[in-house]
Design a protein around this ligand. Structure first.
Ligand code: G16
Length: 541
């Protein structure tokens, strides 16, 4: 086997965003595009020769080819062992788990997460470090810088590996090991949760449905819910990963999983439904006629985490992004644990988890996770809900309403303006930034702005800092807006407007009604319609 050095030219757009590098699939399929970024990652890291690298993806179009490319580069760059999920498949949380379980140096996840897949969809790549956490900003900056000047990569000249067969194959000084993507992860879930209690609940006639959206979690969900926990066959829907996700947009929310929401708002709705995204790190929870907002979900999980054996007596703190509603804050105060407010991006939770400052973390963007691993974990969150429901004998609606009655309800909404002209979106942010000092005290549509600032962060564990993360506007009446540019889109720019507001008394409004004044005020302030040419958000979540 010969190692070959191949000359290449850098691309100018290989900048890591909120979660890895995401682009249109056609961009990734350009000559040496993938090789360039993978070699840039290797060139930025030290000391991996002879060590283990984990590789997997969510099965979207181009996954097969990309996995083969990565294996070749990993062998040529002298990794000792390359662990690959069977057929190139691994969910994001399972990759994170395998990295730590087998003491790997790190791992690549091929996924554009909740973005649509297929030939005309999106593709992406993320790198997790030895702790199983997304590479921190300091590292991703190195990757992006290296990609700007890369002029060669190393590969080997060998035909494709057969990834359908489990087992090991020696290639030069390396071993390529194909593993069952589900087994280790499923065994870990069994260690964390009270499976007998959940099994008993399911055996007692409790009906659940899990929608894998034709993406990575299908095989995991079938194994865990149907085989291990005894949910009837068919409880997992859209359970076979497909390269184009069967035409679904694998983003578990009320818009893209409307079919599931419709089932849960029908007369014969099951007791519980959940969905996950392309790579299995997001989740959505629904009860009969009831949607659990992800910020409320984090609060419910914090309130009841002690019901789950793995966490009993070991709950140190909780973290949420600054875009996530503060619903969890009152719960944490009551439980006498600290709350950390981070920028948007799972990578900011890793050091807090490593330092033992937090046990639980979550975001409004349908992500939650815990000290059990360093990526967010959709199936974990679903199992956590099932465990809590089994322990309390309460429905999602009862658990959430109980929380509102005890701590007040924090209404939350996100307005997403996708695929905007990047110049217009950047201008809106610049204009707002320039005005910040003049905003406190200003009245708009009957609301007064109390504070206006650009969120910056100093990691209390690592000391790493992150400035210019987005604009926070705090209004009278415990209402708050956050405005930021997304770092995960693949075309133009996406602006996100997050709104939230606390009410101790009004518990039965819709978020739209309760937050209509602040939505209108921020619309007037930012002149969103005029600046972007859009009179409505692309999605409201
Ligand atoms: C990623 C990150 C999350 C973030 C989300 C949205 O999730 O891991 O931390 O909240 O993107 O980020 P943005 O607002 O910058 O688009 P995922 O599920 O897409 O990997």
């Amino acid at each position: 086997m010969d190692i070959v050095s191949v000359k290449t030219e850098p691309y100018s757009d290989q900048t890591f965003g909120t979660s890895g590098l995401r682009k249109k699939t056609a961009v990734f399929r350009q000559k040496h595009y993938l090789e360039n970024i993978v070699q840039s990652v290797f060139d930025s890291l030290n000391g991996f020769e002879g060590k283990t690298l984990v590789i997997g993806g969510d099965g979207r179009f181009f996954n097969d080819e990309a996995v083969q490319t990565l294996i070749r580069l990993a062998i040529a760059n002298q990794f000792g062992r390359i662990i690959v999920g069977q057929n190139g498949l691994l969910s994001t949380p399972a990759t994170s788990h395998i990295i730590t379980k087998y003491n790997a140096f790190g791992g690549f996840i091929l996924s554009a997460s909740h973005n649509p897949g297929g030939r005309d969809g999106d593709f992406g790549i993320k790198f997790d470090t030895a702790s199983g956490a997304p590479a921190p900003v300091a590292l991703t900056t190195l990757f992006s810088e290296r990609a700007k000047v890369i002029d060669r990569f190393w590969t080997i000249d060998l035909p494709d590996f057969d990834l359908s067969l489990l087992g090991e194959r020696a290639v030069g000084h390396s071993i390529v090991q194909v593993v069952d993507p589900v087994a280790d992860y499923a065994a870990y879930m069994r260690d964390i949760f009270d499976f007998p209690a959940i099994k008993k609940m399911l055996a007692g006639g409790f009906k659940m449905i899990f929608d894998a959206m034709n993406a990575a979690t299908g095989p995991y969900a079938r194994h865990i819910f149907e085989e291990a926990l005894g949910a009837p066959a068919g409880s997992v829907i859209h359970g076979t990963p497909q390269p184009d996700f069967g035409g679904l947009h694998p983003d578990p929310n009320l818009i893209y999983a409307k079919h599931l929401a419709d089932m849960m708002y029908a007369d014969d709705a099951p007791d519980f439904a959940a969905a996950s995204d392309g790579d299995g790190d997001r989740y959505m929870i629904l009860g009969k006629n009831f949607f659990v907002n992800p910020s409320d979900s984090l609060a419910v999980l914090t309130e009841h985490l002690h019901a789950i054996p793995f966490y009993r007596g070991k709950i140190n703190g909780v973290a949420r992004s600054f875009a996530t509603s503060p619903a969890v804050d009152a719960v944490a105060a009551a439980h006498k644990i600290p709350v950390y407010e981070t920028p948007v991006g799972w990578k900011f939770f890793g050091s807090l988890l490593d330092a033992g400052k937090i046990t639980l973390c979550g975001e409004e963007s349908f992500g939650a996770g815990s000290s059990h691993l360093r990526e967010k974990d959709g199936l974990w969150a679903v199992l956590a809900w099932l465990n809590i429901m089994a322990a309390t004998q309460k429905t999602p609606e009862e658990l959430t309403r109980e929380l509102w009655r005890k701590y007040g309800r924090v209404y939350a909404l996100a307005h997403n303006y996708e695929s905007l002209n990047a110049e217009a979106a950047n201008k809106l942010m610049m204009d707002l930034n320039a005005e910040l000092d003049t905003l406190p005290g200003r009245q708009i549509g009957g609301l007064t702005i109390r504070q206006a600032f650009n969120f910056s962060y100093a990691d209390p564990a690592s000391g790493e800092t992150a400035a210019d993360q987005g604009i926070c506007l705090v209004f009278d009446g415990q209402k708050r807006a956050v405005i930021r540019l997304s770092g995960t889109g693949s075309v133009g720019a996406t602006l996100r407007f997050y709104f939230n507001g606390l009410s101790g008394k009004r518990l039965n409004d819709t978020p739209q009604a309760f937050l209509s004044d602040i939505v209108a005020a921020v619309g007037t302030l930012t002149r969103i319609a005029e600046q972007t040419g859009r009179d409505a958000p692309t999605t409201i979540t």
